[in-house]
Design a protein. Structure first.
Ligand SMILES: Nc1nc2c(c(=O)[nH]1)N[C@H]1C(S)=C(S)[C@@H](COP(=O)(O)O)O[C@H]1N2
Ligand SMILES: [Mo]
Length: 320
């Protein structure tokens, strides 16, 4: 299922939006941003910028990067899509039906804050620029469940490189869409939009992965289409879904969950089986498919890649 090579010529040009919509000022700015991205054929820019449908579906499946093995059975797609967290569409675990209301095209992205120049571009322009690969990652939620997922995407480090942050930027703040008319859950009292943050060192760690696909095709809506993060060494809530904005800042961003429950969901939030959540043990995790209980590993088993990021932070609540 995963061995097919990416075929660049398969990009379905027939899906391109006709050039019938004239460019307004906002779009001109966005296209100027795209020119800065470089490497994308100029004639494609207006089409992609205004696309109503996914122009990148032909890029999947992408070649697998075999460096990242899970040692776990891959969670079947149907099990995954029946067990998710996506509060924009409700607080229950089966939100796939509700999440179908998510419109993923057109999807505009913005990079701002402490950068050389703000950038505006469409999701398809970003995906076309990045070499996609598949990675198998373990995914461990603070609530004690886990799965193993074949994600497709590109390293967050590549986006940071594109963004050209200023040298005094210390954190990356990420924000999900805000559209209460589309997302029923955004009419609740939660502090929308969903926000997460990382240090620049975390964001540029090779494991930090921006997900555009899963199971060999564009990522499903309930999994956070069209662009979500996956940080396999941290609890699931750090892996923000349906991102629209990346901001480089010098102060630690306050995340969605920190605003709601600061004592339970710290900024660092690294997986550590020895530190209890205030309300339950973190020693074990339950595979969502088999129900099997397995011991949780420090940094979810990714310590060789990330342990070095947390030296000298002994006084921080690293493992909440
Ligand atoms: N925008 C947004 N991102 C989000 C969430 C959310 O409610 N909204 N939930 C988080 C939580 S708590 C978890 S455990 C993971 C779940 O990802 P999954 O549904 O792909 O397993 O998404 C995280 N990212
Ligand atoms: Mo979670």
């Amino acid at each position: 299922m995963y061995f097919r090579q990416r075929r660049g010529w398969e990009i379905p040009e027939r899906l391109a939006t006709p050039e019938s919509v004239y460019l307004n000022r906002r779009e001109i700015i966005r296209v100027a941003g795209l020119a800065m991205l470089g490497g994308v054929a100029g004639s494609l820019l207006p089409n992609a910028a205004l696309a109503q449908s996914d122009l990148t579906a032909g890029l999947y499946p992408a070649p697998r990067n075999s460096k990242y093995a899970t040692g776990r059975r891959i969670t079947p797609e149907t099990a995954n899509t029946n067990y998710n967290k996506f509060y924009e569409f409700g607080t229950q675990m089966d939100v796939a039906g509700e999440a179908e209301a998510l419109r993923t095209r057109p999807w505009e992205l913005r990079i701002d804050g402490m950068v050389e120049k703000e950038l505006f571009f469409s999701i398809d322009d970003l995906i076309r620029r990045m070499p996609l690969e598949e990675r198998l990652y373990r995914h461990r939620a603070v609530e004690g469940w886990s799965m193993a997922v074949p994600w497709t995407g590109f390293p967050l480090a590549s986006l940071v490189e594109l963004a050209r942050p200023l040298s005094n930027a210390r954190f990356l703040r990420m924000e999900s869409f805000l559209d209460p008319a589309m997302a029923s859950g955004q009419n609740s009292f939660y502090p929308w939009p969903y926000v997460e943050g990382l240090t620049i060192a975390e964001a540029t760690n090779e494991l930090a992965f921006l997900v555009t696909g899963a199971y060999g095709k564009p990522v499903g809506k309930v999994m956070g289409a069209p662009l979500r993060l996956h940080l396999p060494w941290k609890y699931g809530f750090k892996s923000i879904k349906s991102i629209v904005r990346f901001s480089f800042v010098d102060e630690q961003p306050v995340s969605f969950w920190q605003q709601i429950q600061p004592a339970e969901y710290g900024f660092w939030a690294n997986v550590n089986p020895d530190v209890r959540h205030p309300r339950w043990s973190q020693a074990m995790e339950r595979d969502i498919t088999t129900g099997e209980l397995v011991p949780t590993q420090i940094f979810n088993g990714y310590g060789e890649f990330v342990a070095g990021l947390y030296g000298g932070l002994d006084d921080e609540p690293l493992y909440m």
